[in-house]
Ligand binder design. Structure first.
Ligand code: GLV
Ligand code: MG
Length: 314
């Protein structure tokens, strides 16, 4: 799957912001029809998004559209408008406030009909369920496996905090009065474990204090350390930080490639067909190679190249 280290949120109602997004160095852009767009501007935003997606000038970014959730009156028309108008260049639909598998299946069925009627490849457009309420988290396994189109699980911290009555208004920071750990740990780990159990990407949501780049870095570093694949960015100032934080550090990437090379050599017949070997001061085995593979894959996808000389010795 293509990396999604930085996922730029862009209001579908702003032609200016969509035009600017095209040139930004993010892995994915999502054009929003949901909470960043006022009810009276929804219809206009659909038309904007279709026009913008069909214009030339897009880079390598994944192009995603966030539709409104199924409890509103807008979802079906959002999906029909954008897929009829620009289905061949949409990589995925981001489905917010998902509560159960039925909502993912409903979107899957609608997408299938639209793809068939437009002569598009059936199943190419992905689904990105957004986990942003208590019910969605309780049903996350069935949501993750509801359709082969599901590619990622996306945390929606603002709606989630509201849904569980968490006592803070600052998204991404700890609620005052809770000083014994990370109040989001259970939610983040549930999303991450489910993503890993089903081969999906885990994406962290927004950090709203857009001018506080240090705060963004702190929040992003926490979820990157857990194993998340990327995070939303709301402002150009957050982009470089996200791309850097969700890529492996050069030293870790080099070490991962060293481990893989050493492991491949020493487990081969030419290298003695051994299972566990020493690399520098550390013993490495099959499990070390698996961990190294994850970092190497992420580094390669981020365009890193090895700066060590390929030592494979004991
Ligand atoms: C994003 O949609 C959020 O609710 O945080
Ligand atoms: Mg939300």
């Amino acid at each position: 799957m293509k990396p999604r280290r930085s996922v730029l949120a862009v209001p579908g109602s702003s032609q200016k912001m969509i035009a600017k997004a095209k040139g930004l160095p993010v892995d994915a852009v999502f054009l929003d029809l949901e909470d960043a767009v006022a009810p009276d501007a929804k219809a206009g935003a659909r038309a904007n998004i279709v026009a913008a997606l069909n214009e030339p000038g897009w880079g390598e970014q994944l192009r995603v559209v966030r539709v409104n959730d199924w409890t509103t009156e807008w979802t079906y028309a959002d999906v029909i408008s954008v897929v009829d108008g620009a289905g061949s260049v949409i990589d995925a639909i981001l489905l917010p406030k998902v509560t159960d598998a039925g909502q993912v299946r409903a979107l899957d069925l609608l997408l299938t009909q639209l793809e068939k009627s437009a002569g598009l490849e059936v199943g190419r457009i992905g689904i990105e369920p957004q986990i942003e309420n208590a019910l969605g988290l309780r049903n996350i396994d069935e949501i993750a496996t509801a359709s082969p189109r599901v590619q990622t699980l996306v945390f929606g911290p603002a709606d989630f905090m509201a849904s569980i009555n968490m006592r803070t208004l600052t998204v991404g920071e700890q609620p005052e009065g809770y000083d014994v750990g990370d109040a989001y740990h259970h939610i983040l780990m549930t999303i991450l474990l489910t993503a890993r159990a089903h081969g999906l990407q885990a994406i962290d949501g927004p950090y709203l204090a857009v001018r506080d780049v240090d705060g963004f870095r702190r929040a992003a570093a926490r979820t990157a350390a857990l194993g998340f694949d990327g995070k939303w960015v709301l402002h150009p100032a957050q982009i470089d930080a996200a791309n850097e934080i969700f890529s492996p550090r050069q030293a870790d990437y080099d070490k991962a490639e060293d481990i893989l090379a050493a492991y491949a050599f020493h487990t081969s017949t030419a290298g003695g067909a051994r299972g566990a070997v020493m690399l520098g001061d550390e013993m490495i085995d099959e499990a070390s190679a698996k961990m190294a593979q994850v970092i190497a894959d992420k580094g390669r996808a981020a365009g890193l190249t090895r700066t060590t000389n390929g030592r494979i010795g004991l």
